[in-house]
Design a protein around this ligand. Structure first.
Ligand SMILES: [Fe+2]
Length: 432
């Protein structure tokens, strides 16, 4: 039998004392398979810290999610799996900082990795940074049929609808060596956008049994392919949560799809959770990690001038979040270009106070839309910067500063195309 670890390894959901280890076996018989795992203090596995056995079950696509606990905070570990005589690749992970820690946090953000649109070179460079944590803010896969003019081809080219379709789509994406390298380099904390299910879907979609079956299949496949701490139940998957790094950074992951309808982006329960944490957290930096462009973005020209699928469709909800936070950093994506914005108490009044900063992450590979950036910048004085490279965000949060870099991909490699410093109320420095 061939080595079953063809989709690589991953870790995620770091806590001060624990982490999730993930892999998924391929090409194995349709029954439970025993998988041994090891976690070590060193890359050569001479100092084993913990080890155990997990069962990879066919009903979960032979995925494995090992919940490791009782680890040391802010500590690097290495892990691997074994099935029979076959060994997996080695992954590096790191626990979150101790709650009392003031240590600097190094993070990266990525999103929008349509397979046929390009290679994952951005993720290879991201992997090389070995950050403390990677946030992925959606469009991990695209459910769509194969794009025209593909740079590389899907194996199953139709639109994903069934569980088998979504599983095959993830397997294709995860066969990419740069994506595997990025997962093996650091723990990931992910949230989804729309394409993990269906373009621009909201909540229960059209409410039909067929849509809910499809959504449940998509959510199950998402779980099966990512290092999540909780599994789906009854067609739902708890996604909004926070991951806190000491006294320095409170990263709040939002779910802008599952609980949504025409009246609300987040749904009452998620909004309540968020507003309450924003108002009471003792942590220095309040950081929203979510897919959608958060600042108002008026696009001059023919209507529609505002993108209603984004936060411009829910301005009152956005205003409540900004008011509760009293200083906020937003990390977002979705639009396949880099942007940086000041967040305003009232976006329609340029003289109103700035109450936060947003850094929008360009795509790993998905093609950018036609954008007249000059016109958008001119029409929105609070939008401070645009960059059209593909790439990712790289940043640090410390007790005294919050920095973000736009990383841009060029034929010669990756380069910092712009660097920002924020005080949590506005962007106070831009270096290009
Ligand atoms: Fe996208």
């Amino acid at each position: 039998m061939a080595n079953p670890f063809t989709l690589g390894v991953a870790s995620g959901e770091p806590l001060p004392d624990g982490v999730i280890l993930w892999t998924r076996l391929t090409g194995v018989p349709g029954r439970a398979v025993e998988v041994r795992w090891q976690l070590a203090a060193d890359e050569r596995f001479t100092k084993i810290v913990q080890q155990g056995t997990a069962r990879a079950l066919p009903e979960w696509a032979h995925s494995v999610h090992v919940r490791v606990a009782a680890l040391r905070p802010g500590t690097e570990y290495f892990y691997r799996f074994r099935a029979g005589a076959d060994l997996s690749a080695v992954g590096r992970t790191k626990t979150a900082a101790d709650p009392a820690s003031a240590d600097l946090v190094r993070f990266a953000v990525a999103n929008c990795q349509r397979y046929e649109h390009g290679r994952y070179t951005a993720l290879r460079h991201l992997a090389g940074e070995r950050p403390d944590v990677v946030f992925h803010v959606g469009d991990y896969i695209y459910e769509s049929p194969q794009a025209a003019d593909p740079v590389r081809r899907l194996d199953r080219t139709g639109e994903a609808v069934t569980l088998a379709d979504y599983r095959a789509r993830y397997a294709r994406y995860k066969s990419d060596p740069d994506l595997m390298a990025a997962h093996a380099a650091a723990p990931w904390v992910t949230t989804w956008d729309d394409h993990e299910v269906l373009d621009n879907y909201r909540g229960r979609g059209d409410g039909s049994a067929a849509f809910l079956r499809r959504r449940a299949a998509a959510y199950q496949a998402y779980y099966e392919h990512l290092p999540l701490r909780v599994r789906p139940e009854a067609g739902a998957l708890q996604m909004y949560r926070r991951r806190t790094y000491g006294r320095v950074a409170d990263f709040m992951l939002l779910d802008v799809r599952q609980h949504r309808d025409a009246a609300t982006m987040l749904g009452a329960a998620q909004e309540q959770w968020l507003l309450s944490r924003l108002a009471t957290t003792p942590v220095r930096w309040k950081v929203l990690v979510q897919p959608l462009f958060f600042a108002r973005r008026f696009v001059p020209g023919p209507a529609p001038n505002l993108r209603m699928d984004s936060w411009d469709g829910h301005p009152a909800e956005r205003a409540r979040i900004l008011a509760a936070a009293g200083g906020l950093v937003v990390l977002s994506g979705d639009v396949h270009n880099h942007w940086a914005c000041d967040l305003k108490a009232d976006f329609l009044d340029p003289s109103s106070p700035s109450v936060g900063a947003e850094f929008v992450c360009s795509a790993v590979s998905s093609r950018p839309p036609e954008t007249d950036a000059e016109a958008v910048l001119a029409a929105n004085p609070h939008i401070r910067h645009f960059d059209g490279h593909r790439g990712y965000l790289s940043g640090t949060a410390s007790a005294t500063g919050f920095r973000v870099s736009h990383k841009g991909l060029e034929s010669s490699g990756v380069r910092t195309v712009a660097e920002f410093l924020t005080d949590g109320l506005r962007i106070i420095r831009v270096d290009v």
